[in-house]
Design a protein around this ligand. Structure first.
Ligand code: CA
Length: 243
């Protein structure tokens, strides 16, 4: 896989390039955001530092997202929750905080890469893809197309990140079923399970914020999550008991 490494720190770039080359990837390393924009089209995957000399990495990320949908992981020292949320909202598929263990970053790259396989492609699909093929799930005014990997709210498309969609799709695959945090982390984060627990909350917050339907993902306190029944929530004279 051809990777674009946007990193202005020489030692960090060297370490990453060596580790990636060992995994069989080719790497183009660039220092500046302007170079990154120039070379984005030829890349299959992007690793993005946020502290760049000419432009903030988040602004670069937003620019990149207007021109392409490449799988992308932010690799940065910025560790505040606000930074993580901003990075994911701007379209990062994952967010890794420096210093990190190389094995963990490699595992996350593999996971994002696996998840980014388009339906119908020959790439191995995620666990939810096989059981959800061709299915649409509706709750209230939210429609989830599991095969087409798209979501609309009141007919208007909502752009979720790959991983946000994966979380939503897992819940929507069996509406009514409650999924434990462990199961969601295991099935969606896979190898990168460790240290992802807070990331799950961030993704759920992202789904709620972007759809504007806070009830779309229902928290089962102390256990996990469930697809919310928006139709039931939207009716003031709800006849269901215990809803
Ligand atoms: Ca930097």
């Amino acid at each position: 896989m051809h990777m674009l490494l946007v990193e202005d720190d020489d030692r960090m770039a060297q370490a990453l390039a060596t580790a990636l080359a060992r995994r069989g990837h080719t790497v183009r390393r660039v220092v500046r955001a302007t170079e990154a924009l120039r070379h984005a089209r030829e890349a299959e995957f992007v690793l993005l530092d946020l502290g760049l000399p000419d432009l903030d990495g988040l602004d670069l990320l937003r620019k990149l997202r207007t021109v392409c949908d490449l799988p992308l992981i932010v690799v940065t020292a910025r560790s505040e929750e606000r930074d993580i949320v901003q990075g994911l909202r701007a379209g990062a598929d994952d967010y890794v905080i420096k210093p990190f263990r190389m094995a963990e970053l490699i595992a996350r790259i593999d996971t994002v890469r696996r998840r980014s396989g388009r339906p119908g492609s020959s790439a191995p699909s995620g666990p939810s893809a096989s059981e959800s093929e061709g299915r649409r799930v509706r709750t209230g005014d939210v429609a989830i197309d599991l095969a087409g990997r798209s979501v609309t709210v009141d007919g208007v498309p909502v752009r979720l990140t790959r991983r946000e969609f994966d979380v939503l799709a897992l819940l929507a695959a069996q509406p009514g079923d409650v999924r434990s945090r462990e199961e969601i982390l295991d099935r969606i984060w896979g190898d990168a399970f460790l240290g992802s627990s807070r990331s799950l909350d961030v993704h759920v917050a992202g789904i709620r914020a972007k759809t504007g339907r806070a009830g779309l993902v229902r928290t089962i306190r102390g256990y996990g999550y469930q697809l919310g029944d928006l139709a039931a929530q939207g009716r003031p004279t709800d006849e269901r008991s215990g809803a």
